[in-house]
Design a protein around this ligand. Structure first.
Ligand code: NZQ
Ligand code: ZN
Length: 389
């Protein structure tokens, strides 16, 4: 078992009505708030009004940054930093999904960044950064951005979508009932993302961290159980609560405790798809993951034991033939994503081979693929993209 450091400084209020803690969560940092949100879902659901009532009754001064895009752009980060500096902002309140929270993290760090090129900060400045405090209210179960320090920012001009470590949120309010209105497509994509975060940790070595292995399998089984319920009955609180609990843990780092870093290869490849085609992150992951698994299994038979364990412990498949079991587990994953309504090929998204070579050449950011659990070359990545057509 490998060494690890546990350090998650985020205070989480989980459950119905936890917005009652919003005033105290913000006030400890100040009363000048930058409210950041996406394309308007929070206005349609009534959450915006609920928040504004609390903020106005509490005497907070609110500046707004609306319209943060899915796959948030560097331009939104730049705008947010300007608003913070012009308005003496003391605390940032992000309300939405991973895109809004990631953008807000970059704003919090960008506020203190002394250079004038925030894309340079995203791309080149490693590690946690001095940041404004961040409070978030999560409205979709997917990324775990509410419980980790990372953020992913997109620069469409350079076709780059890059993850960076900014800062953990100081406080996260996780009320599963805010996710009742998430569309079927985004619910399914979010679940694929949660599963992918878990699998990016699970498919690595060594395999002797029993608690971590078991937690990963339980999270996968939880998502497999509750996603169909949430798709059929969007306001099923138990289903939404279990998905929200799973999403926080899955990307927090906990599922890698005791294990070597896997490189997160499916994320490295998916970020290329999003950078070129602006697709939904979880959908790209769902398409890539079974294809990556089959590639790994056929090119490195020493990984078979891991796929056998996945088939048995996650999908409950029994049998004597290890190779057959390994393949059945991967098929079960692909069938599950399809049953959730996710388009399972790149051609269904209108993506052809035109940029595969460039995307494969960029995908190895920071050596994530050369140092992966099963290392991937540029040619390997192109082959996996082709398998996804
Ligand atoms: O923008 P609005 O109008 O709010 O609508 C959003 C958006 O269209 C909608 N939505 C969110 N909550 C809703 C809702 N619609 C109805 N009711 C609600 N309650 O859902 C759409 C997607 O939102 P987004 O924030 O983009 O989704 P998600 O949470 O999946 O975030 C995806 C982004 O996070 C990055 C991804 O790469 C992508 O850019 N990731 C962040 C990670 C992290 N910080 O640790 C890790 C992940 O691997 C991932 O890379
Ligand atoms: Zn992800």
């Amino acid at each position: 078992m490998e060494n690890f450091i546990h350090s998650i400084p985020t205070k989480v209020y989980f459950g119905k009505g936890q917005i009652s803690h919003l005033d105290e969560a913000l006030r400890q940092y100040g009363t000048k708030v930058l409210l950041v949100y996406g394309g308007g879902s929070i206005k349609k659901t009534g959450l915006y009004d609920e928040i504004m009532k609390i903020l106005s009754e509490g005497g907070f001064t609110v500046t707004e940054l609306a319209g943060v895009e899915p796959n948030p752009r560097i331009e939104s980060v730049e705008k947010g930093v300007r608003l913070c500096r012009e308005n003496g902002i003391e605390v940032v309140l992000a309300v939405g999904g991973g895109s809004t929270i990631d953008c807000s993290k970059a704003i919090c760090s960008g506020y203190y960044y002394e250079g004038d090129d925030l894309w340079y900060m995203v791309k080149n400045v490693p590690g946690p950064k001095k940041s404004l405090p961040l409070v978030d209210i999560l409205t979709i179960s997917a990324t775990g951005s509410d419980f980790d320090g990372g953020g992913v920012i997109t620069n469409l001009k350079t076709h780059e979508k890059l993850g960076a470590f900014f800062t953990h949120p100081s406080v996260s309010i996780l009320d599963p009932s805010y996710t009742f209105t998430v569309s079927k497509y985004q619910t399914a994509a979010g679940s694929a993302d949660i599963m992918s975060h878990t699998m990016e940790c699970y498919f690595s070595s060594p395999g002797d961290s029993g608690l971590t292995e078991g937690l990963s399998e339980t999270i996968l089984k939880t998502v497999i159980r509750y996603t169909p319920v949430a798709l059929k009955t969007p306001d099923d609180y138990t289903a939404r609560a279990n998905l929200m609990h799973a999403e926080s843990i899955a990307c927090s780092g906990i599922l890698a405790y005791g294990k070597k870093y896997s490189g997160w290869p499916c994320h490295a490849m998916e970020h290329e798809l999003s950078a070129y085609y602006d697709i939904t992150h979880g959908v790209g992951l769902a398409i890539l993951t079974p294809r990556w698994m089959r590639f790994v299994l056929r090119n490195d038979p020493s990984t078979e034991w891991r796929f056998v364990r996945f088939a048995k412990n996650v999908w409950g498949i029994e049998g004597e033939d290890d190779h057959g079991l390994a393949l059945k587990g991967i098929d079960a994953l692909e069938d599950f994503f399809r049953s959730c309504g996710i388009p399972m090929s790149l051609s269904e998204l209108g993506i052809g081979t035109e940029h595969f070579a460039d995307m494969a050449a960029h995908a190895d950011v920071g050596g994530r693929l050369t140092n992966a659990w099963v290392p991937l070359t540029k040619e390997d990545v192109e082959e996996i993209f082709r398998d996804c057509l």
